[in-house]
Design a protein around this ligand. Sequence first.
Ligand SMILES: NC(=O)c1ccc[n+]([C@@H]2O[C@H](COP(=O)([O-])OP(=O)(O)OC[C@H]3O[C@@H](n4cnc5c(N)ncnc54)[C@H](O)[C@@H]3O)[C@@H](O)[C@H]2O)c1
Length: 272
Amino acid sequence: MDKISFDLKNKVIVVTGATGALGGEVAKYFAVQEAKVVFMGRKQETLDEIVSPLIEKGLNVLAVQGDVLDMEALKAARNKILEAFGTIDVLVNAAGGNVAGAVIQPEQSFFEMSINDFSTVTELNLQGTVYPTMVFGEIMKENKKGVVLNFSSMAADRAITRVVGYSAAKGAVDNLTKWLAVEFAKKYGEGIRVNAIAPGFFIGKQNKALLTNEDGSYTDRGNTIIQNTPFNRFGEAHEILGTVHWLCSDASSFVTGITVPVDGGFSAFSGV
Ligand SMILES: NC(=O)c1ccc[n+]([C@@H]2O[C@H](COP(=O)([O-])OP(=O)(O)OC[C@H]3O[C@@H](n4cnc5c(N)ncnc54)[C@H](O)[C@@H]3O)[C@@H](O)[C@H]2O)c1
């Protein structure tokens, strides 16, 4: 073989949670790679603000509203995408995140956890991956070709103290990734692949207050994470792009059902 194809040009890529820190970085990166990128989020106004400078630059992007927990909204989004771009090649399930009430506070115990918040965080991360895969994956089933990339977390595989709901939900996303990879390969052939990326610790809107103080220094928890990250720092959003690109392109044509950590060594480290 002479050349491995990392080409994403003209691939129709749908990114949920494209208004977010990592989701947004990924969606913009795909646009620069000349893919046809669908930015999905809950608020049309926010999406329009993100895509208009990209459209001005001549990039082929589309802002489509859709809550990942609303099947009817997702089906309406699918119609808009098919009208504009004709097909769907790649789905990146980046919508997700933690919910404060599903984190055990220092003065709290597991037995006082809010069941509602536990359900909310599980629904967002698990069903919020399942529903878009059902709606957009159907096009991949028809084409017998496509890629699904899920967002897991370090919390899936290791017990991150206090973070009970999000951890359970992301653990389920890892399992779902394997299950879907096997199901799609067995039923529709090797053209459809399902993988996940597990980012380590990146400072974003959700965890900034937990990891940094107002003066920019690290909180105790921030320091603990750094001590357990052999690279001795937090990740920067652009550092997930190489892995995302590889998993979404034909360069990973024999790879399915895996979760790739991008974590500065956090998951490899024993703590001693
Ligand atoms: N940032 C990190 O350090 C980190 C680490 C590990 C894993 N992750 C995971 O990576 C993914 C992307 O993270 P991020 O940093 O971009 O998070 P983020 O909070 O910046 O963005 C998440 C996006 O999802 C959207 N969203 C929430 N609920 C939604 C719903 N019901 N329907 C549609 N959209 C909805 C939010 O509006 C937001 O734009 C998430 O699944 C997150 O759990 C993030």
